[in-house]
Design a protein around this ligand. Structure first.
Ligand code: SF4
Ligand code: SF4
Length: 325
């Protein structure tokens, strides 16, 4: 039962749906499973090992002759190809506070817009990959140009996403090289298709944001208008804390992304996924739309928290509501 919705106004591209496997992406993701387990790879694997390989190839080959989009892809490929330096034999020793301060400042100086740290949890590793080394995740956030993102699913939004993933990849690679130069282990995780780890739970644990109804993060300054990368490291640091600034309650009473999603992939109620009750986006509805358009992110752009200058007011509003209720 892997075919996406066929009873709503948006109609999936028949050529694409010919390639759609019988296996539901929601089943692979563990939808309705009550037991906790590691995630299984569902889409960003180019080695032919996933059920949706033909769909992924369709995505990569779509518009491959479009020069502007090819250039945008190359932007991201360049930092991914940059070499990692050897770990210095001279290990610099500092207190955890000093390392936190210097690592965060270096990340910001190298181009990140926000930084948080958490202890890496083994359950964030995909079940076909070995556990990464390090123990700590330095999570980096990179803001979109909102005016570009809100054109989704236009090509301008695709170029914007590639520009920010390129920035995320470059900064995580440079930060990892800086840490390795201090004599400590560091491994950058640069975006969806270079990953063996889930980034969203790490970002929540690191205080970067809360999960929204649209299945993406909401940050208390950037809304959902950003991308992530991560550096895993054994640098002796300490964790930040997840922060509850009210977006969860806000989502309970908001349906903007639900109503804006063309394939109706966003649910108004939480789902059980691998033992956790959480907001969940229907893979079998979202991905055909996303692949057919090469980009989406409509839900990120329409989220009220994403509009420049709005998030701060919403944080204050939700704080007032908690005091008065
Ligand atoms: S990315 Fe697009 S298709 Fe997917 S949930 Fe968001 S709005 Fe819907
Ligand atoms: S649009 Fe509304 S419901 Fe959707 S994630 Fe944003 S705040 Fe939550």
């Amino acid at each position: 039962m892997g075919k996406p919705n066929d009873d709503l106004s948006w109609t999936p591209n028949p050529e694409l749906m010919e390639l759609w496997p019988d296996t539901s992406g929601n089943t692979i993701n563990g939808l309705s499973e009550t037991e906790s387990r590691p995630p299984s790879p569902v889409f960003w694997r180019t080695d032919g090992s996933i059920a949706h390989t033909d769909v992924l190839h369709y995505f990569y080959n779509r518009d491959k002759d479009n020069e502007r989009l090819s250039l945008a892809r190359k932007l991201r490929e360049e930092p991914v190809a940059m070499p990692l330096v050897d770990i210095s034999n001279e290990k610099i020793l500092k207190s955890a506070d000093d390392w936190i301060r210097s690592a965060k400042q270096t990340a910001l100086d190298l181009g990140a817009d926000q930084v948080g740290i958490c202890e890496y949890q083994p359950e964030w590793t995909f079940d076909d990959r070995p556990q990464p080394k390090g123990g700590w995740a330095i999570v980096l956030a990179f803001a979109h140009e909102y005016d570009n993102l809100k054109t989704a699913p236009h090509d301008d939004a695709y170029v914007e996403v590639m520009v920010q993933y390129a920035r995320a990849a470059k900064t995580s690679k440079l930060l990892a090289n800086w840490i390795r130069g201090q004599g400590w282990y560091a491994d950058p995780k640069m975006g969806p298709n270079t990953e063996d780890v889930l980034m969203i739970p790490a970002a929540i644990a690191a205080g970067i944001g809360q999960l929204g109804k649209h299945g993406s993060l909401i940050n208390k300054e950037l809304g959902s208008n950003f991308r992530l990368s991560i550096v895993l490291t054994d640098l002796p640091v300490e964790a930040d804390f997840p922060e509850d600034f009210g977006s969860e309650e806000f989502c309970q009473n908001c349906q903007i992304c639900v109503n804006a999603c063309p394939p109706d992939a966003i649910s108004n109620s939480k789902q059980i996924v691998r033992g956790d009750e959480k907001w969940y986006v229907d893979f079998d509805k979202c991905v055909p739309y996303f692949v057919d358009n090469l980009v989406c992110g409509i839900c990120l752009a329409v989220c009220p928290w994403s509009r420049p200058g709005i998030a701060d007011n919403l944080v204050k509003k939700m704080a007032r509501r908690r005091i008065t209720s």
